[in-house]
Write a protein that binds this ligand. Structure first.
Ligand SMILES: *Cc1c(COP(=O)(O)O)cnc(C)c1O
Length: 739
């Protein structure tokens, strides 16, 4: 059945014309987007004596407003007129026209954090997040065909960014709230770093709950210059010391924030080990209560280990990657320059790196001190158990998800809204199991293709505009266009939306093998030419500025463009879109016809961009790694290729000679002609659409952050109000990651 108008819009226009009641105040400031009642409820939860809330610590949080913006959406459908108060008109103007980007994320980890917190808000799981505020963000990417990736500063101003508030000092409301975090030099002399607290509101889709995210701004005049320096950029790579200081700025702030804000949270969730310094502080705090003032001198090793056991009861740790570069190891000399000698003693007992006697290993500390370790997919659980045999028994799996309301395109959302079989999908993504009823609906199939074409057109239009813009810039700037096609004349440079379009976008690093399918260019070209099947290959992604091998793969992809074009007589076009961010990601995952992922198994712990594609009905073509092991469903939802035998620790190598280029690309060439045929052959095309519907039916209900948050809430083990607990229980019944 087809509704005439999007039902959620009807609700908004009928009941919520007025936004006056969405301004709320408490001792920390004045906030827009939730009612006073909601603000009070959220704050009462976080400070309630029962302690049923969680502090979620993450180095990065990605939640740009141009892909998801419940407050702005609501404003677009409400009346703000001259009768509105000045304050409301101020917020309205800011939220409708203010900057969309908060460049506080580098990639998958940060976006997962943002998606998780949005689901916490939608499900009313009481939580508060802590991260850092990077005034120069992560880097912005320019791409030049000769130079490859060029990084520039990502300038932004927190001061005029909607949803972001500088917290007030309740004793002196005209002053901002500041906290102090002690550092210690080699003689244990205290040096105070100071931070201002920004509060970002991650508001639920109905504006009836929110998760506060505290972003610590250490780049303020009262902080020492060297602290200000290293707090400017996410994953600053000037030195190991800068990295260690950043980690400490995050982890060592937690107890102070807890005290300052009066938080009672009994659980701390470490999203990756970056913030694990909090564990050192908690151990010290526990010893102080047991032993008293001189605990640093009096505590025995056994006391410290007992304290670690006590602290462990409060820690939930998610490990995100088997790749070594993802695990912080620091020289002991660096740690002794910034932390107290007593912290060194704790680290000595709990974080000694096995391979290098001069280093502490922060992953090991996090592995040690927790009540639950989660890997991010079933396969990753197996890998992590092999990597950390000492902790194997407590390692479990909670497979990642994505926030469905963020990643489903407008066109697809309107489609889902208009079929009663999917009624309520916004509140409950488990509803998508009913997509199975739609296989035989011609109406649905036609409308799915229509919505998809709309999304493809948006992507292809964006690319064509980009190509001609770069062509113009070539004459006006020193940058050589990153795409070969910008140099071509006439219509040849234009992409067409009816051409089979494959997307690949993620961080560039060696194990992700972005160039894998071009390994044998002649063979790839032959498949395309002999079948006369045109193909668009759309690529995007950043490499960390200090990851030279990653950057060289970007350069390699650029260098392949003309070769591919010429060898296929112009049938294949390989495009690189610079400046990958959430907006480009959403355009790509919803607009392409297939999503490609080619990591070396088993190094992709989960991967999430493929889930975003699946939510839009887009099939994946992927090596059997990460989430795809669970999402592949014997080929119903897409295609697999490459090595898939059992994993052992030898597979974890990233050395060039172990990356299986020849074997896995050959496997891709074997399935590729069939994929193209299924898409292009009118007799077979219905099978292609079946795969899309299978993605809705089999993958949407599982690979979303609502289900994932429900599994985490179980690990948090906290008492929640009945309706919340029941809703989470229902979500958990659909899928259990930890088999
Ligand atoms: C989803 C996303 C990622 C993560 O993609 P993976 O497949 O997990 O590597 C990285 N960057 C952006 C901008 C994204 O939207």
């Amino acid at each position: 059945m087809l509704f005439l108008q999007e039902p959620h819009l009807i609700i908004i226009t009928l009941f919520e014309k007025k936004m006056n009641k969405y301004i709320a105040t408490n001792r920390w400031g004045t906030f827009f987007g939730v009612t006073q009642k909601t603000l009070d409820t959220v704050w009462n939860n976080l400070t309630s004596p029962n302690g049923a809330s969680v502090i979620y610590i993450s180095m990065e949080i990605g939640a740009d407003r141009d892909v998801y913006h419940p407050i702005k959406s609501r404003l677009q459908h409400s009346d703000i007129d001259k009768n509105s108060t000045n304050l409301l008109r101020h917020y309205s103007k800011l939220f409708l026209n203010g900057p969309e980007k908060i460049p506080n994320y580098g990639g998958g980890l940060g976006i997962l954090a943002g998606d998780t917190l949005k689901s916490f808000a939608d499900l009313k799981i009481p939580a508060i997040a802590v991260s850092l505020l990077y005034r120069k963000g992560y880097f912005s990417q320019l791409v030049d065909s000769r130079l490859g990736q060029i990084s520039t500063a990502a300038d932004w101003t927190p001061e005029n960014t909607p949803s972001l508030y500088l917290m007030k000092n309740p004793d002196f409301p005209e002053l901002p709230l500041e906290i102090e975090v002690p550092f210690y030099d080699e003689e244990d002399r205290e040096i105070l770093a100071r931070a201002r607290l920004w509060l970002k509101m991650e508001v639920s889709s109905n504006l009836d709950f929110f998760i506060p995210e505290i972003l610590l701004d250490y780049s303020i005049p009262s902080s020492p210059e060297w602290i200000r320096q290293v707090s400017q950029r996410l994953y600053d790579s000037i030195s190991d010391q800068a990295k260690a200081v950043q980690r400490r700025l995050l982890g060592a702030s937690i107890i102070t924030i807890k005290k300052t804000l009066g938080l009672t949270s009994q659980t701390i969730h470490l999203n990756e080990q970056h913030g694990v310094v909090v564990v050192l502080n908690l151990i010290a705090e526990w010893l102080e209560t047991q032993i008293g003032d001189n605990y640093q001198i009096k505590a025995t090793d056994k006391d410290i280990l007992d304290a670690a056991d006590a602290v462990a009861k409060h820690i939930v740790f998610t490990i995100h990657t088997p790749v070594k570069a993802g695990h912080d190891r620091f020289n002991k000399s660096i740690i002794s320059r910034i932390g107290h000698a007593f912290c060194g003693r704790i680290l000595h007992l709990l974080a000694q790196d096995e391979e290098n006697p001069n280093q502490f290993n922060f992953t090991k500390l996090a592995m040690h001190v927790n009540r639950s370790v989660n890997s991010v997919s079933r396969l990753h659980k197996e890998v992590t158990q092999k990597q950390f045999p000492q902790f194997a028994r407590k390692i479990t799996a909670i497979t990642n998800g994505v926030h469905h309301l963020t990643w489903i395109s407008d066109a697809k959302a309107a489609l889902y809204d208009s079929f009663s079989e999917l009624k309520n999908w916004r509140e409950d993504p488990a509803v998508f199991v009913n997509a199975g009823l739609l296989f035989t609906s011609e109406d649905f199939r036609e409308n799915l293709e229509r919505a998809w074409k709309e999304d493809t057109k948006r992507l292809i239009d964006y690319i064509n505009d980009m190509l001609s813009l770069h062509r113009k810039q070539m004459h006006e700037t020193w940058i050589d266009p990153p795409n070969y096609l910008s140099n071509l004349d006439g219509g040849a440079q234009e992409l067409r939306p009816d051409v089979y379009t494959i997307g690949f976008a993620r961080r560039f690093s060696t194990y992700k093998r972005a160039d894998l399918i071009f390994d044998d260019m002649d063979r790839l070209a032959d498949i395309i030419v002999s079948n006369n099947f045109p193909v668009n290959f759309i690529y995007a992604g950043k490499a960390h500025p200090s990851d030279e091998p990653g950057k060289s793969i970007i350069k390699l992809v650029l260098d392949l463009q003309d070769d591919l074009y010429i060898k296929t007589n112009g049938l294949a076009k390989l495009i690189f879109i610079p400046g990958y961010d959430m907006n480009i990601a959403k355009m790509m995952v919803s607009g392409v016809h297939a999503w490609l992922n080619s990591p070396k198994r088993p190094l992709e712990a989960s991967g999430t961009s493929g889930m975003k594609a699946a939510m839009n009905g887009v099939p994946n073509i992927s090596t059997l790694d990460g989430w795809w092991v669970e999402g592949y469903h014997e080929g119903k939802t897409g295609w697999k290729f490459g090595y898939e035998a059992d994993i052992d620790t030898a597979c974890l190598s990233e050395a060039p000679s172990t990356l299986l280029y020849e074997q896995d690309s050959t496997s891709f060439y074997e399935i590729f002609p069939k994929i193209l045929e299924t898409f292009y052959d009118v007799q077979l095309h219905a099978q292609y659409i079946d795969k899309c519907i299978y993605n809705l039916q089999l993958n949407c209900p599982i690979f979303n952050t609502h289900r994932m948050a429900a599994e985490y809430a179980d690990r948090y083990n906290m008492h929640l109000p009945d309706p919340v607990a029941k809703r989470l229980q229902k979500l958990r019944r659909i899928y259990q990651s930890d088999l």
